[in-house]
Design a binder for this molecule. Structure first.
Ligand SMILES: *Cc1c(COP(=O)(O)O)cnc(C)c1O
Length: 846
């Protein structure tokens, strides 16, 4: 048939449970297992078949099944309890944010290429998307004035299938939008919103859908419209699919289309958060908007816009930092230069990143240059990022580069099993689910008896293992395996063995195969008499990442080795569903990335919310989270001469700790047969990781360190008809023009030796080239010989202006501890309206 239209027939829920459809349309259910249970109980087989989608369950359920539920008093009691909890959540008059009494106006707009909310909405590929989904959920929990913007990929990310030889195959399912919990977004006039985006030689129309996540609306952009060219309809087909040209167009849809959508929706956005560089075109669109009023030039508008932009960088890995060839930028953004009234060079320089193969237009650089607040996602990653982007600030030390950090978290309730949630509820304060970020509250976990906690965790392991077996049976059946092979799935994994999980994207830096580096040793550990160890792996490789796919295949083959059979398992299609089962059911969560490339990592946090112990390289979050008791470390905090040496050292450390520490501890019993030592560590993991790495803590950090200051600064810069923006732009342009003529001479009288604490005096003379000396900051600098950052940077006092353009400065520097110091002086342009010393990126050394 050549369909001429589509119509969905769905049963009407009986009035008594009619509000089920309201619940289905709010992703609140995605962190409320009891709410999901209401749908699952209608027809558990259907619930599985529709991929855990409440809405599809309601669409495909029979009237009889609905009627039966509506007549079941036990079901109705649970329905009433869940609906009243939902109402209480949605209508709370007081939230964490409201208690801050922050005099803010308008909202935060959070832009991300991917969002992972639930397995039934496959618009995420991995950690970045799950983080964005979790961030949105906590923004709702905490009551932030917040909206999110993303793309609605109608084929999502791919579904992963492993063939009979363990090779990854990708399947794309076209989503039926009618069966997604989304509605067309409408503007203030009540009409559906559509916005237009100019691409080379044509216009593309974008439709906006609304997804409700608790109290927060998420706007998802869609170009699959009749009025668009076929290839443009495909712009929102696949996440991270296609070539560079597809990618730049997608990023224009997100950044430019996203801002236009918010305007059409009437959302009053005052703070813009770019979650990764993909969204960085939003700054250009905001500049264009302001310039369109005819009042401001490009540089003034840039000041106004960057003051209210925040940028989060998520990875030092180059594949995660988009950069486009300049010819593509000319093709797609060529019209913008003229519109902005700036030169081609000025435009390219906003994002220029020179690579060995030539100049590129880097979305990370663009994001950094169009925001006055930037951060990495763990303490170490902040440091790595400052070093990585230091070249944008010539003359500066890495520690001064204006990139801070907020360590990632995960949304506790999304990943916490209902069984543990119930158990925690027996000892934690009644409102604990709203206060998961408060460390003191978690002390009460000590009141749960060992036996009780152990029993629940064992139940969860049993659940996980039956999930794994069912998945394997399904896979073998699909391969057309003989009956005995299918039956063998029911013999994999032992519910009493030490069980270790490893699941994440198969990017090669995550080294999924490190465990197999010394195969004989691994076999000895796995098969030790009376102390078996077993592993469950899962993860997708990007469709273009053949080395990643080879990793998957080699693990698949190891799993067939008779010496490892049943003890190494690899599951297909890692998604939120698989993730939840694994983090809830394993004893140990293994993570062995090549340090320092794992910016944060989050899956290990989810395991510890459920009592699992992390066994990880001291990279990303674990470097901050590990306290010697709440899990185990692999390797050392150091750098290696070669990747080989690093892999050898880390693999050796992994085997040693596993064999000599973890296995004995796991199987140890005290005189009463209890596993006190292990339970002590389990409790420590729950108590330390749950609050410190909660998504609430992360969003609170963003709010205090970034959102609130940026709300304020954004307002100051645009107040009085953009007065500060205009002044700053004019001043910067004057300073930039004068800067080549600025010179600095400095000298210091000092003995060859001194005691710690002694002072030396530094005098400096600056040729101001007409710059007001009030706006010149001259610093004396002490650097320990051989060190790459300064030990001391002390501003010198302005003394006098002589001969009209020579400004004299002087000051004392205190010598810190013993050592040989180099003494220097430098000058930079600064005034207090700037967000940081390096805002102009101009420094001159004497
Ligand atoms: C948490 C999560 C990730 C991120 O895991 P990392 O440890 O950060 O690599 C990826 N995919 C899914 C489905 C997740 O739930």
């Amino acid at each position: 048939m050549n369909p001429i239209g589509k119509i969905t027939v769905m049963p009407a829920p009986p009035a008594r449970i009619a509000r089920l459809s309201e619940l289905a349309y709010n992703l609140y259910w995605s962190w409320t297992p009891r709410a999901q249970q209401l749908f699952e109980d209608l027809n558990p087989a259907l619930w599985e078949r529709v991929g855990h989608s409440p809405l599809r369950t309601l669409m495909e359920i029979s009237q009889a099944e609905l009627d039966r539920a509506a007549a079941d008093p036990e079901y109705l009691a649970r329905f009433d309890a869940e609906m009243s909890a939902f109402d209480a959540y949605m209508n709370a008059s007081e939230t964490w944010f409201s208690r801050q009494n922050a005099a803010t106006q308008g909202k935060i707009g959070y832009f991300s290429m991917e969002f992972g909310f639930a397995e039934s909405l496959p618009i995420y590929s991995g950690g970045l998307g799950v983080l964005a989904g979790d961030h949105t959920k906590s923004a709702s929990d905490l009551g932030l004035p917040f909206v999110a913007v993303g793309l609605l990929f109608h084929q999502g990310y791919f579904r992963q299938l492993l063939n009979g030889d363990g090779w990854q195959e990708e399947a794309y399912d076209t989503l039926n939008f009618q069966a997604l919990p989304i509605t067309p977004a409408t503007g203030p006039d009540g009409r559906e919103v559509r916005v237009r985006l100019g691409l080379p030689g044509r216009d593309v129309w974008i439709k906006v859908w609304k997804l409700q996540v608790g109290r927060v609306p998420v706007y998802l952009l869609d170009t699959d419209l009749q009025e668009n060219r076929p290839d443009d309809r495909g712009l929102t087909a696949r996440l991270y699919g296609g070539n560079q040209e597809m990618r730049i167009a997608q990023e224009l849809v997100l950044g430019v289309g996203g801002v236009r959508a918010l305007r059409a929706l009437g959302e009053d956005i005052r703070v813009y958060h770019m979650n990764e560089g993909h969204a960085a075109f939003l700054g250009l669109e905001r500049i264009r908007e302001i310039m369109q009023t005819g009042q401001l030039n490009f540089w003034e508008a840039l000041e106004a816009v960057s003051a209210s932009n925040i940028f989060t960088t998520h990875t030092p890995v180059s594949a995660g930092n988009d950069a486009f060839p300049l010819n593509l930028v000319d093709l797609y953004l060529g019209k913008w230069y003229g519109l902005f009234g700036i030169s081609h060079d000025d435009f390219i320089n906003l994002a220029r990143h020179d690579q060995p193969w030539g100049p590129t237009f880097s979305m990370t650089v663009l994001a950094l240059r169009t925001s006055r607040a930037a951060n990495g996602v763990s303490e170490l990653h902040g440091d790595v990022s400052r070093r990585m982007w230091k070249f944008l600030f010539p003359g500066a030390d890495a520690d001064e580069v204006p990139i801070g950090h907020v360590t990632n978290g995960a949304h506790n309730l999304t990943f916490l099993s209902q069984k543990l949630r119930d158990l925690y509820t027996t000892v934690l304060p009644q409102d604990w689910t709203e206060r998961v970020h408060e460390p003191e509250l978690w002390e009460a976990v000590d009141q749960i008896p060992d036996a009780e906690l152990g029993r629940v965790m064992h139940d969860l392991k049993v659940d996980m293992i039956s999930f794994v077996r069912a998945r394997l049976r399904e896979q073998y059946r699909r391969h057309g395996a003989p009956a005995e092979r299918i039956a063998s799935a029911d013999r994999v994994l032992d519910t009493h063995a030490l069980t270790i999980g490893f699941a994440r994207r198969f990017a090669t830096y995550k080294r999924a195969t490190l465990l197999f580096r010394d195969l004989e040793r691994l076999k000895r550990i796995v098969n030790a008499a009376g102390r078996p160890v077993q592993f469950v792996f899962a993860g997708k490789a990007h469709p273009a990442d053949n080395p990643g796919k080879e990793f998957i295949q080699s693990i698949y083959r190891f799993a067939q080795d008779p010496d490892l059979a049943g003890k190494i398992v690899i599951l297909e299609n890692y998604d939120l569903n698989v993730a939840r089962h694994l983090v809830q059911g394993v004893d140990i969560w293994l993570n062995n990335p090549r340090r320092p490339l794992e910016a944060s990592g989050t899956s290990g946090m989810k395991a510890s919310f459920n009592g699992g112990l992390n066994f990880s390289i001291l990279d990303g979050w674990w470097r901050e989270g590990y306290d010697g008791v709440n899990g185990f470390a692999i390797g050392e905090e150091r750098e290696y001469p070669s990747l080989e040496a690093q892999d050898d050292a880390d693999a050796f450390s992994l085997y040693e700790t596993l064999e000599k520490v973890i296995v004995p501890l796991y199987y140890a019993r005290d005189e009463h047969g209890a596993r006190h030592e292990w339970m002590l560590r389990t409790r420590a993991a729950i108590k330390t990781v749950s609050p410190r790495f909660s998504m609430n803590r992360q969003v609170i950090d963003y709010t205090r360190q970034y959102y609130l200051p940026v709300f304020r600064r954004g307002q100051q810069v645009i107040a009085e008809d953009y007065r500060v923006a205009r002044e700053l732009a004019a001043w910067k342009s004057q300073v930039k023009a004068a800067w080549p003529s600025v010179t600095l001479e400095a000298f210091s009288e000092m003995p060859a030796q001194a005691r710690p604490g002694a002072q030396i005096t530094v005098h400096a003379r600056v040729h101001t080239a007409g710059i007001d000396p009030r706006f010149l900051r001259v610093e004396g600098v002490l650097r320990l010989e051989g060190a790459d950052t300064a030990a001391v940077r002390t501003p010198l006092r302005f003394v006098t202006l002589s001969e009209g353009h020579w400004a004299e400065f002087s000051g004392e520097l205190a010598l810190p501890e013993s050592g040989t110091y180099l003494v220097g002086a430098r000058v930079l342009p600064y005034r207090e309206e700037l967000s940081n010393l390096l805002e102009l990126g101009l420094i001159k050394w004497a």
